[in-house]
Design a protein around this ligand. Structure first.
Ligand code: AMP
Length: 620
């Protein structure tokens, strides 16, 4: 089964080949590339200067949304309404963010620790998917401006360590931006494709290391390439190590020369900003020159490459430690690495190229622009999918996503469309009602967010789950798609071992044309689907909170004051009322208000309850 050609503009399926774009959706910057006259090319801005679109979204007055360079200018003047690094939040829950100790200039919503994180901008709440979609739309507009026609299909890259949730979130962002995401490709794989490494791989395969040092993150990936197939052997890195840390070394050094410290400078916002920019300019200059001289606040400052390299040595060492860890995880030695590919703007520093080359004892691949290589590789992968590179093998793929129905009639994709066949994937679920003994598993095919709009393939009941409180059972659901396109769905409750399974054939009774129409519908309705999904998810979250809020009042009746009980009840009533509306922002605002009021109460009641328990223990 090949890729289904659809024409979004005219709303029909078409036979002509169209341009499929490659997108590097980065933490700091994003790029879009395509095949121009047979060569992968990144698209520049309107001035023809830069191929980078800063991954920054600014919400201005009058609902104005700005993306890219213009948005970046607001990072300092209006941080609360300027969102950056949204990639760090993709597919993450508030709990994940707390564990990572993420420091952000804007506000995220902490209503329910297990649900996916939302970002608060004024009275609106955005998911990382919606924000990423805005960046993707900007890239789409940029390339459409360049080639003069609409584009609707894309390949998007993600870090090799992204899990299923993060990959699905990236796909959803593409759909919301009006893009049919044909494939999610690992960034290191894209970099290797850009260098054409897969074309020269010997029959017994090759092992490559991709060293990616960007503005704020460092990743090292070890891949095996054989017969055009890329396998990730290990990944390592540091999500808080990048060019910014090298800038900070120079900031410190220049502050020292100015006989001032960073704390004093922090108070003088403009000088600090000037110093930051000067430090980055100095760092970049030192990649080509032995020395940098500048002026700040009328005083001269300077740094030599040697001084810079000495002072930043520990940062380079940190990356090498990660390389060593990645090698150990892959059970490989340095000598077994055949090639090293450099990715990310910070690999322009000679000290990086030299040290990494020494570490692996080989010259590194660095002749392509390190900012662009991932996007270029994505464009090459896109061209392969478009069927333009006949010497590369196209594998059999599933034409439509396969998934199950979850609470509220939502579609939960387990095998995304365009996944290689044969293939398998699974996920764990639980119950939402105390003592639930049976669980109906309904299997659907399609791209829409609500199962009602998708095609039902079958259903079965997992019966005989021993009665347990809600959320305690662990139900593993596995989808296995064999080479003949037969899908086996297996469900098993892990605590008791009860299991059940069904077999269906997803492509049975559906024509290619019908599949194309389903795909088209999903992109045309992406905006309203996302809206409905947002409301349904907010309502599910609110219902859970209402249950626990009511329990909280009963359990702590003796500890809370009458006023506290009355206010909590009022806020719970307001939340219940908000769930009747089709307005996710209203539901989130009500959850936020309840949460802000009850968090200190919860801490206090917990202290009292623990105190009481301890007293009981000592008495016993
Ligand atoms: P990326 O996230 O891959 O776009 O990388 C951006 C980082 O690369 C920023 O920290 C830049 O300061 C850094 N960078 C860009 N050009 C150079 C250069 N010539 N020398 C050193 N660092 C650079």
């Amino acid at each position: 089964m090949a890729i289904i050609p659809i024409n979004l503009k005219e709303g029909k399926i078409e036979q002509a080949k169209e341009i499929i774009i490659g997108i590097d959706l980065g933490t700091t910057n994003s790029l879009v590339a395509y095949m121009k006259d047979g060569a992968a090319t990144c698209v520049k801005d309107a001035n023809g200067k830069s191929t980078l679109v800063p991954s920054v979204v600014h919400f201005g007055t009058n609902d104005q949304i700005i993306v890219g360079d213009a948005a970046k200018e607001h990072l300092i003047t209006d941080p609360a309404n300027t969102i950056y690094s949204v990639k760090r939040l993709m597919g993450k829950s508030y709990k994940d963010i707390l564990e990572k100790g993420e420091q952000l200039g804007y506000s995220i919503l902490d209503e329910d620790t297990d649900s996916l994180v939302k970002i608060r901008v004024g009275n609106r709440f955005y998911t990382p998917i919606e924000l990423s979609a805005l960046i993707l739309k900007e890239l789409k507009t940029r390339i459409e401006g360049e080639i003069g026609t609409a584009v609707s299909k894309a390949v998007i890259t993600v870090p090799a360590y992204f899990n299923d949730n993060q990959r699905q979130a990236t796909r959803d962002a593409g759909k919301l931006a009006g893009l049919d995401v044909l494939r999610i490709v690992n960034e290191p794989t894209a970099a290797a494709l850009a260098y054409g490494i897969d074309r020269t791989t010997p029959p017994d395969g090759e092992i490559i290391a991709v060293y990616d040092l960007g503005g704020g993150t460092f990743d090292i990936s070890i891949l095996r390439i054989q017969d055009g197939i890329f396998e990730v052997l290990s990944t390592n890195g540091d999500t808080y190590l990048g060019g910014d840390d090298f800038d900070r070394i120079i900031i410190d050094y220049f502050s020292f020369q100015l006989k001032t410290d960073e704390k004093t400078l922090e108070k003088e916002k403009e000088t600090m900003q000037e110093l930051r920019l000067l430090a980055e300019t100095a760092k970049k200059a030192l990649s080509d020159n032995e020395r940098f001289d500048g002026i700040l606040k009328g005083q001269p400052v300077s740094i030599t490459r040697l001084e810079f390299e000495e002072k930043s040595r520990f940062l380079v060492e940190k990356t090498l430690k990660c390389c060593q860890n990645a090698l150990s995880d892959a059970k490989l030695t340095v000598a077994q690495i055949d090639k090293i590919v450099m990715v990310g703007g910070s690999t322009r520093m000679p000290v990086i190229k030299n040290t990494v080359g020494q570490f692996f004892n080989k010259p590194v691949f660095d002749h392509l622009n390190p900012d662009e290589v991932v996007a270029l590789g994505a464009a090459i992968q896109a061209d392969v999918l478009a069927g333009n590179q006949t010497d590369i093998l196209l594998l059999d793929i599933t034409p439509l996503s396969l998934g199950i129905e979850t609470v509220g009639g939502l579609m939960d994709v387990i095998i995304p469309r365009n996944t290689k066949v044969p293939g398998k994937a699974g996920r764990q679920y639980t119950t939402s009602v105390d003592g639930q003994k049976n669980l109906k598993i309904s299997i659907y095919q399609g791209e829409r967010d609500l199962v009602a709009h998708n095609r039902k393939l079958g259903e079965f009941i997992l019966a005989g789950i021993p009665p347990m409180p809600a959320a305690l059972p662990k139900i593993d659901i596995h989808f296995i798609l064999n080479a003949d396109g037969i899908l086996t769905v297996k469900a098993k409750e892990l605590r008791s071992g009860v299991a059940q399974q069904i077999e269906v054939k997803p492509t049975y009774g559906i024509s290619e044309e019908e599949m194309g129409m389903m795909l088209l519908d999903s992109i045309q309705n992406a905006q309203s689907d996302m809206q409905q999904r947002g409301v349904l998810e907010a309502r599910n979250e609110a219902n859970n909170i209402l249950l626990s809020g009511q329990k909280f009042l009963v359990q702590n009746d003796a500890i809370l004051s009458d006023e506290e009980k009355a206010t909590t009840q009022q806020l719970l009533d307001a939340l219940r009322a908000s769930t009747q509306l089709d307005d996710k922002d209203a539901i989130h605002a009500a959850m936020d208000a309840l949460n802000q009021y009850t968090t200190p109460l919860a801490h206090r009641t917990m202290d009292v309850n623990i105190g009481a328990a301890l007293k009981g223990a000592s008495l016993g």
